[in-house]
Ligand binder design. Structure first.
Ligand code: A3P
Length: 289
């Protein structure tokens, strides 16, 4: 993790902290006028909720559908944009370059809905919203932040937990993130999927996601997507897909690792905030929390 102080590594945009090493106020400004296309494929998920996993699945699905489109071989977009599908990460000219990309453009975002460009909602772009048990997200974030040079480092888990629950972490408070997205959960252009359900039955999730984006799949194609998105397979390919340090994106890939870090007191604290912000909400129920 970085030697810069926690505060030096974060800046505020609409009151939410973002990491200076990935984002900037100039890029956020340019993003406001981004024109989304109705056939963009958007994956929305907070960091460490499994965005690389679902990106793998969506990229393969786009590839499959492109191969069947006359005149197209594979997803040109997936290849050209492979270095930065993350909407808010990059330089301010990125959005201009994106206007030249063929459809469907694949876009990933960690942003909360109120910080996304308005055209996404105006044009009713389909969004796959990925959510994960906040305790596992916190656990995953803690380990990731300490192994990534450009993110803040935390001496102890208790330090991280305090920052996570007091909202002083990159991309802001996850429970607030969920509560903001809950306002959109009933919209027909949004499909919500939990990390836990994909873990339980990947084939079923892939089938449902393909159906939502209108991508027909043969049994063979389904099996291919399922195999390529296994934790083992993605970890094995991580250097190729994510560079020499790629393995840090594929740590344990399981459910309930939080039990190895949370104290009883921290567990109760998190439950309390969850109840306050998400008790009785649809998104809260989906998390089977
Ligand atoms: P853990 O740290 O709990 O292992 P993101 O991609 O949003 O950064 O999320 C990273 C988390 O997703 C990590 O969680 C990582 O191991 C997990 N993950 C990545 N690929 C996965 C896969 N194929 N199956 C299950 N979990 C996966």
């Amino acid at each position: 993790a970085s030697s810069l102080s926690h505060d030096q590594l974060l800046f505020l945009y609409n009151g939410i902290p973002y990491p200076t090493t990935f984002c900037s106020p100039e890029v956020f400004k340019a993003l406001e006028s981004f024109e989304a296309r109705s056939d963009d494929v958007i994956l929305a998920g907070y960091p460490k909720s499994g965005t690389n996993w679902l990106s793998q699945i969506l990229n393969d699905l786009i590839d499959i559908s492109q191969k069947k489109t006359p005149g197209r071989e594979g997803s040109a977009n997936a290849k050209e944009l492979a270095e930065f599908p993350y909407l808010e990460v990059g330089d301010a000219e990125k959005y201009e370059r994106m206007t030249k990309l063929p459809s469907p453009r694949f876009i990933v975002t960690h942003l909360r809905p109120e910080n996304l460009p308005k055209s996404i909602f105006k044009n009713k772009v389909k969004i796959l919203l990925l959510i994960r048990n906040p305790k596992d997200v916190a656990t995953s974030s803690y380990h990731f932040s300490n192994s990534m040079a450009s993110l803040p480092s935390y001496e102890t888990w208790d330090d991280f937990f305090t920052n996570f629950t007091t909202k002083k972490v990159p991309w802001g408070c996850y429970l607030e993130y969920l509560s903001e997205w809950n306002k959109y959960i009933d919209k027909e252009n949004i499909m919500t999927v939990t990390y836990e359900e994909v873990k339980e039955n990947r084939a079923l999730s892939v089938k449902n996601i393909a159906a939502f984006f209108g991508i027909p799949l043969t049994e063979e194609e389904l099996q291919l997507v399922v195999e390529r998105s296994s934790f083992q397979s993605m970890k094995k390919n991580s250097e190729k897909t994510h560079g020499p340090m790629g393995n840090i994106f594929f740590r344990k890939g399981g459910v309930s690792d939080w039990k190895n870090l949370f104290s009883e007191d921290q567990n109760k604290k998190m439950d309390k905030v969850f109840e306050e912000l998400l008790g009785g909400t649809k998104i809260g129920k989906k998390l089977k929390y």
